[in-house]
Design a binder for this molecule. Structure first.
Ligand code: DHE
Length: 543
């Protein structure tokens, strides 16, 4: 055989050998000679190109146990078999056997070892920034009232619709990152909005010029983002890694904070971060460590002594800088979901039951608890008498009987708890047809609206509560569909609700007569946010 032919035969033989080895590896052959499936190899072959070799996400979302917590196993199997409509995820039912698909579904729920890391270098490298076109005018491209815009998050096909809140017409619609979570956050002038995705992406969008300004990936699994009251800072709360990440307004990384105890021995997922504008600070709740953090963005913030960093020469405790430093309030139990009173001196927080931390202590003994923490005296000052699983992040406040009360939906019970914010005592428990997620009202409206979306039988019912009598007075229904999440127009005259279905809709109701005024088709509109209500921190909306 000639030299080149020889080489060719050799190469073929090598390839065949390699294919056999790969095949055996992929199928796996156990000691008895029976074939087993190597899910890891299957993953690399079929999924890694889109979801990343480490399963931390790329063009497709991350496939880590933390990211998949909310996806039912049967749903995961269906997605692998049939793909995901309106995305680039194809179905694998034709290429892979049922056993292989099962093996993949199991594999993506096993932890990646060693645990994937997301370093400051990764954060910086992920950032993209789109320079504004030269001479771009600082005015909207559209003619609606910029204060009465709605940003609607459509979770069905991962899009955002921008809605004119007077005409109820869509101004534009654009693709978002996969699976946004938490409310989008606005700059104080209402021009820019920041979206956070469960996979850790933050997107800054210019509502006036209708373009993405910047993006960055703050973590691998993120809870939410907050924007400072002066519009200068953006903070992200992560489950993975255990961190809080601070950016400037253009999403340049400023600082990461390990979510850890002072001695660094225990770390924690971060439940959420909120801006507390009147205090010029971010407030951070940790899910696995009984501490509440306050991080001031006031350059003149008082020094922090709680770090007890000692100057050994002087034998004295020295202060850490207050500006961007962590001020820790020790708690008896870690907090999950929380809420501020209107003065922002008090945090009202809930601990969810039977929640086991990944590296810290257990967060709860089986019963949900709720507490009031005073951020000035820095300790718990009262227990909140709320049973079940209060969703305090969706709570609202309003004036009642000469006092201010808090009303909060409950993820477990069909009731709204109403608490007096002076005495921290319950004043009423308002029955609803089933447990709900969201609640909203408006200063100009007599009614508060709440859903029962956690109830299989009453998920189609929205209950309207009279804020004066604390009685349910009416319901609106979308029979058989999930009806949830309300937001009011700037003037409180209209209430917008979501039909939470893939072929869903946004329904505009007259907030006084409860009559439907308009309906716009939307793809599972999970939430909607009115610029004015958000930037003025309306008492009827989440912050
Ligand atoms: Fe949320 C807000 C926590 C599951 C849709 N959710 C929030 C916030 C927290 C929170 C702390 C406030 C952040 C903010 O707005 O900045 N959510 C949790 C959970 O702990 C929980 C129960 C479990 C989890 O795994 O995260 C949870 N949330 C869900 C869902 O299953 C929902 C219904 C669907 C989804 O898209 O994930 C959901 N959460 C929302 C929405 C908001 C939200 C739409 C913003 C509400 C608002 O009006 O401000």
């Amino acid at each position: 055989m000639s030299e080149p032919a020889n080489r060719w035969t050799e190469r073929l033989a090598n390839t065949a050998r390699a294919a056999l080895v790969l095949g055996l590896c992929w199928m796996g052959v156990d000691m008895a000679g029976a074939q087993t499936i190597d899910a890891k190899a299957l993953y690399q072959q079929n999924c890694a190109a889109c979801h990343g070799e480490q399963r931390t996400g790329a063009m497709g979302p991350a496939l880590l146990p933390e990211s998949l917590e909310r996806l039912r196993p049967a749903e995961a199997l269906k997605v692998i078999q049939q793909g995901r409509p309106a995305t680039q995820m194809p179905g694998f039912a034709q290429q892979l056997s049922a056993e292989e698909i099962n093996a993949l579904a199991t594999h993506i729920r096993t932890p990646v070892l060693p645990a994937p890391r997301w370093t400051e270098a990764d954060i910086r490298a992920s950032r993209t920034f789109n320079e504004a076109p030269k001479g771009e005018p600082a005015k909207p491209l559209w003619s609606a009232d910029p204060m009465n815009l709605f940003v609607v998050v459509e979770g069905g096909d991962h899009h955002i619709s921008l809605l004119d809140g007077d005409k109820f017409e869509v101004i534009t619609r654009f693709a978002s990152r996969f699976a946004l979570h938490g409310g989008p956050k606005f700059t104080p002038d209402g021009r820019y909005v920041f979206f956070g995705s469960r996979d850790g992406w933050i997107t800054k969008y210019d509502l006036w010029r209708l373009r993405v300004v910047a993006e960055v990936r703050a973590g691998l699994n993120m809870r939410n983002v907050a924007v400072s009251g002066d519009g200068q800072w953006v903070m992200a709360a992560n489950y993975l890694p255990h961190s809080v990440v601070l950016f400037d307004a253009d999403l340049n990384l400023r600082q990461t904070y390990a979510a850890a105890t002072l001695d660094g021995k225990a770390t924690s997922r971060v439940s959420a971060v909120y801006d507390a504008t009147p205090r010029n600070s971010f407030v951070v709740a940790l899910k696995d460590i009984p501490e509440l953090w306050e991080i001031s963005y006031d350059p003149k913030a008082a020094p922090i002594y709680d770090g007890l960093v000692h100057d050994y020469k002087m034998g004295e405790a020295i202060a850490k800088p207050g500006f961007l430093g962590v001020r820790r309030t020790p708690l008896e139990e870690p907090l999950d979901d929380f809420f501020f009173d209107q003065s922002y001196r008090h945090v009202l927080g809930a601990t969810r039951p039977k929640d086991v931390s990944t590296s810290g202590p257990k967060t709860g003994d089986g019963a949900a608890t709720a507490q009031v923490v005073n951020l000035d005296v820095r300790r718990k000052i009262a227990d909140l008498p709320i049973a079940g699983m209060p969703h305090l992040g969706s709570g609202i406040t309003f004036a009642w009987n000469g006092s201010t009360v808090l009303a909060s939906p409950n993820l477990k019970g069909g009731a709204i708890d109403v608490i007096d914010m002076k005495t921290w005592k319950p004043v009423a428990t308002i029955p609803t047809p089933g447990p709900g997620f969201f609640m909203r009202s408006h200063e100009n409206s007599r009614y508060a609206w709440t859903d029962s979306m956690m109830s299989p039988t009453a998920k189609d019912t929205m209950t309207l509560i009279d804020k004066t009598t604390l009685q349910p007075v009416a319901t609106v229904k979308e029979p058989g569909k999930t009806l949830a999440h309300i937001e009011f127009t700037k003037d409180g005259k209209y209430a917008l609700a979501s039909v939470w279905e893939m072929d869903g809709a946004l329904i505009v109701y007259d907030a006084a007569t409860f009559k439907e005024v308009k309906r716009l088709p939307m793809s599972k509109p999970v939430g909607k946010y009115n610029v004015w209500n958000k930037i003025t921190r309306s008492e009827g909306t989440s912050h």
